[in-house]
Design a protein around this ligand. Sequence first.
Ligand SMILES: [Zn+2]
Ligand SMILES: [Zn+2]
Length: 341
Amino acid sequence: VSAESDISPHTAAPDWAMVPFAVACARCGQDLRGRSEPVCPQCGLQFDWAEAVPIEQLTCAQCGYRLYGLTEPRCPECGRPFTWQGALAEYHRRQHFLFEYRWRDGPLRSLVATWFHALRPRRFWKRISLHDPPNVRGLVAMVAVLLAVYFAAMPVSLSLATWGAVQLQTGAGGWAVPGLGWWLVEILTSDEPYVWLGVVATWCLASLGALLVFRQSMRRYRVRVPQVVRVWAYAVPLLPPVCPLLLGGLVFAYNTSVWFSVASGRWFTGACYGGVVLLVLYVVWCLAHAYRHYLRMRHALAVAVAAQTIACLATLTLLAVAEPYWIDMLVTGVYRVLCGP
Ligand SMILES: [Zn+2]
Ligand SMILES: [Zn+2]
């Protein structure tokens, strides 16, 4: 049984004389007009005709009149002109609550709903069909919003971590204690938030770049760029809330272990590093589910692992060049976890 045969086609091919628009394979773009078998001759994708050509589901955007069988591009019921491409886009949009389709009419609601659903990739990707056209602009807008949330949360998290470490120090030795707001200003005027934004943004972009490179090598499938962008956009939703927490934890662990050489800091640091590893594995898991259930490709896990390996190496390389001090801190941290303070 191939990885592609998890859809059981049961509907008959459409009456092609009644289909007034182009029909192409959802994965590779091969022209499917006139065919009767629900299998792409180019890439072997098996599909359902009802999904590939939802001609009977298309309705007028204004009054809901079914457009099947019309020859004039105007609704006979309410007189509103339409285009077949517009009616198709509206049909797919209606199927989903996704931010990429609804970012204009319900941005906040659809963002929250999309975010929660994307956290469970297996279920999520089984709900999205290859026949639902990706909206690249909406997807990029979603990632931009997520990065903005991350960028806003990070200085707060870093300030809390440093402030907490100083509080501990005061308890042990006694310093004049600057308040939380002082640290927030201090951190916002340093290069720290910008370096960490750069690190996470690099990781995101390197992940996308690696996936696009692999797209080229999969000649048989010829997956299209918007589909790769979609896979990538729904693999990163956990980054904005989790990255600031992990970074704050690491800064707290580093400061307390440097200032006090706290032995228990070893476990705390270990937990933070473990969290980073788990986050990377989670992204791999999300990508693998997308390749398996959405693009319906073989070697889904291998692609996900290879893409994340490249992304992590690229991020570490950039960090080593831009801020060698951070690499030193990371290595010191790993050493402390393994060998004690
Ligand atoms: Zn195809
Ligand atoms: Zn109408």
